[in-house]
Structure formats: C-alpha cells, structure tokens
Design a protein around this ligand. Structure first.
Ligand code: AMP
Ligand code: MG
Length: 419
C-alpha cells in the first residue's frame, strides 16, 4: 500500500511538459506562456487626457474660483484617436476628450465639472471662451506616455498562466499570437461488459457508462482535449484494440478493470505495450489504481504515453481523477502550481476513518459569518454519483485521523475552484 502523496509523486515523475506552439491570443486562456514577452511600444503611446475637459496651462488657472473664474479662449477641440493641430499658449484652452493626446503647450486638464461650460450651454452663451472655476495642478488628469508599459519592458514572463487580463495585456502591446505550451490530448476508455453508451437502450444486467462522460468533462475543465475511445469489453482482444487507439494521445485514462477480478487481463494487455504497475493506494474511495507508460515507435523515436487506470466506480474514478489525473494534465500544460485550492472549514457531521486511509468525503461547503462550513453531501457509497453532484468540495480526512466530529476544522478541496 502506498500513500496518496507517494502515488502522485510517482505519477508526476513520468509526466513531461509538452512542447510549445504559436497560437492566436484568443485561444490562449488558461495556457502557460512559453516565451518572455517584451513590448515594442509605449502604452499609452502619447501623453493623453484621463478626463473630458479642457487642456490648458496650469499657470492660467491660478487664483480661479467659483465666483471669479479665469477666462480662456478656446482655440480648438481634440477627440480620442486624432492628433491636436493647435498649440496651447497662455490665455488659451483646447477642448479635449478622454484618451485624446495632450496638445503641445498644455500641461494639465481641467475637467468639465470645474468649468462654466454647462452654464454657458444652458444660457446659449458662446463657447469660444471658457471659464475655469478651480486652480489646476500641473499634470492633473494627464496619463503619461509609457506610464503603463514602456517600450522594451518585459510585460509577461515565460511560465505565466494566461488569464483574461494577461490576454488583454498582450493585445495592448500589439501581440496577436504568442508561444504557449500545447494542450494534451487525453484518450478516455471505459471498460466493462456491463456498460452501454448513453444513446443505446438498456438490456437486463446492463448499466449506462457514466465515467467516460465525467472524465471527458474533467479533462476539458483542466485544459486537456478529451478523445473518448468508447467502451472496451472485458476481453483481451477488445482491450488491446482500444488501448492501441489510445497510443496516439498524450495520455490514456481508463476506468474499471483494475480491481482484483480483472487484474490479470488488463495487466497482460498493458504489459505488452510497456510497463504497468498496480497499486493499492491508502485512500477512500478509490483504492486500486494502475499506472504505467506505454511505448511506441514514432518516426524512429520512442514515444512514451502515460496510462492512468482509474477504478470503475463512478465516484472513485472522479476522485482519483482529481487527485492524480488533474495534476498530471496541469504539469503537461506547463503549470507549476499543481495543488488543488483548499479552504479550512468547520465540519458539521461526523466522519469515521475505519482503516487508516485518507478519506475524501463529499461535502457541501457554505459560508456563514465569514467562516466556511462543510456538511455531508449525501450517502458516501462509491457508486453514488448524485452525492458528487450535490457536493462542491472534498473534505480530506488524513490517514492518521480516526474520526472527526462536528465543530472540528478540516481541509476541503474546492471542486469548482479550478486554479
Ligand atoms: P470495476 O473496477 O471494473 O470492477 O468496476 C467497479 C464498479 O464500477 C462496477 O460496479 C462497475 O459496473 C462500475 N463501473 C465501471 N465502469 C463504469 C462506467 N464507465 N460507468 C459506470 N459505472 C461503471
Ligand atoms: Mg469492470
């Protein structure tokens, strides 16, 4: 028997980061940057206005107030996207819109609210003059050239996980494509003579395959590309055929056939393709687990495809996926932080750990008065997938803890917190 940590460590030691590829930035959400990105431009490219108002010389506004505004001659107007033609000289102002370049000669912007523009308009007065009602400091409401990004700056470091804001930053420096780590193609295979695909009719003794669907969702959720191979039957021929199809992928995930009864057959099939180990992991649910690497020759080079054999019970397969397949996929995508996000929560039900395994308990986590609480999400049998559907967390009861009682603080992996 090995611990969850040991099993994960062994699996990750066989997982390599995939190669980079160049992609349009819109396709890069959640991907890891494989190059340093420097800016070839200043952002913003020119000094510009942060407000709608008047570009003036600060000196012209000294002593201005509500009752004695300073009057300036309006010599033009500049909108965002155009270049001002006139120069602001003492006694003059240029009407300016947010984002428009600051005209020559101006050193500050007075916002509309601090001028008499509105009262002039409502009284039908002339707009060739403007009254400034408050003194303005130099540089006020002016965004400086390069204040966000200076030309030559390192804007994003290799290894950065691209979120919407990073994708926006890439756009803002004029980078339409970027080098990112490739997404892994993950082949998915359910095994079992009892399984029927969802669009077939059920005959006596059969059940619908749910694992392929759950696992495909999990693979997509963490950034992989799922390729469902279908259902492998409990025969050497069927399994061999399906597993060979999986060799084209970056990783193969099977479910079922790892418990005692099928041990030999799956082992025989996989042993022909590479190395396979069957482990008993001290975790509940999900004790039996298989892991190996299959080898194939591709263009004269040996290619290794990791294979993870999850237990067949729907909850066990999902929980073992979360613990082992998720970090493997993230590692392939170049992610550094592989730990599932957790919160400390107060448990509201008793959980008994009968045989010294790490127990993953399905819980519903709620927040009240600034604290997290976790209550059981229903019956905990490893075939009861609906309690997984009612759960948003997995409480982790360590091997060494025999019992937790209501009020105890426990660690909960948040299922829907994907990063
Ligand atoms: P096994 O690991 O193959 O012995 O399967 C353990 C249990 O999980 C059995 O009750 C199977 O019927 C069930 N099971 C296996 N694979 C699936 C699947 N793809 N979908 C739903 N249940 C499954
Ligand atoms: Mg089976």
């Amino acid at each position: 028997m090995i611990s969850v940590e040991e099993a994960l460590e062994r699996i990750l030691s066989h997982i390599d980061v995939l190669e980079p590829e160049r992609k349009p930035i819109l396709e890069c959400l959640g991907r890891v940057l494989a190059e340093d990105v420097h800016s070839a431009i200043d952002v913003p490219p020119l000094d510009n206005s942060a407000m709608d108002g008047y570009a003036v010389q600060a000196g012209d506004t000294h002593g201005a107030d509500e009752s004695s505004p300073r009057h300036l001659t309006v010599i033009g107007e500049v909108a965002a996207g155009s270049i001002p033609q006139e120069t602001v000289r003492p006694g003059t102002a240029i009407r300016i819109m947010t984002g428009a370049p600051l005209p020559q000669g101006a050193d500050t912007v007075v916002q509309f609210e601090d001028t008499d523009e509105l009262s002039r308009r409502s009284s039908g007065g002339s707009l060739t003059q403007i009254g400034i009602r408050r003194p303005a400091k130099q540089g006020r409401h002016v965004r400086l050239k390069g204040e966000d990004i200076a030309r030559g700056d390192l804007v994003l470091k290799r290894g950065t996980v691209l979120r919407p804001q990073e994708i926006g930053v890439l756009a803002s420096v004029g980078h339409p494509t970027v080098l990112v780590i490739r997404r892994p193609v993950v082949a998915i295979l359910a095994t079992g003579d009892e399984l029927v695909d969802v669009d077939q009719s059920l005959s006596p003794g059969k059940i619908y395959d749910s694992n392929n669907y759950t696992i495909a969702g999990e693979v997509s959720r963490y950034g992989g590309i799922p390729r469902i191979l279908g259902i492998g039957r409990d025969s050497i021929r069927s399994l061999t055929e399906k597993i060979d199809e999986g060799m084209a992928a970056d990783m193969l995930i099977t479910s079922g056939g790892v418990s005692r009864g099928y041990y030999d057959m799956v082992k025989d099939v996989l042993a022909q393709r590479g190395e396979i180990g069957f482990w008993t992991v001290r975790m509940k649910p999900g004790k039996p687990l298989a892991f190996g690497t299959m080898s194939s020759m591709e263009q004269g080079r040996e290619r290794k495809v990791p294979h993870l054999g999850l237990p067949g019970n729907p909850v066990s397969s999902m929980i073992t996926f979360e613990q082992f397949a998720r970090p493997a996929i993230l590692k392939m995508m170049g992610r550094q932080d592989l730990a599932k996000p957790t919160v400390r929560a107060i448990i509201e039900d008793e959980v008994v750990n009968t045989d010294g395994r790490c127990v993953f308990t399905r819980v519903a986590v709620t927040q009240r008065d600034g604290r997290y609480y976790a209550s059981l999400a229903g019956p905990q049998g490893s075939g009861i997938l609906t309690s997984m559907a009612r759960a948003n967390g997995l409480a982790v009861i360590p091997e060494t803890i025999a019992r937790v009682t209501p009020g105890d603080t426990i660690e909960v992996q948040m299922l829907d917190w994907t990063h």
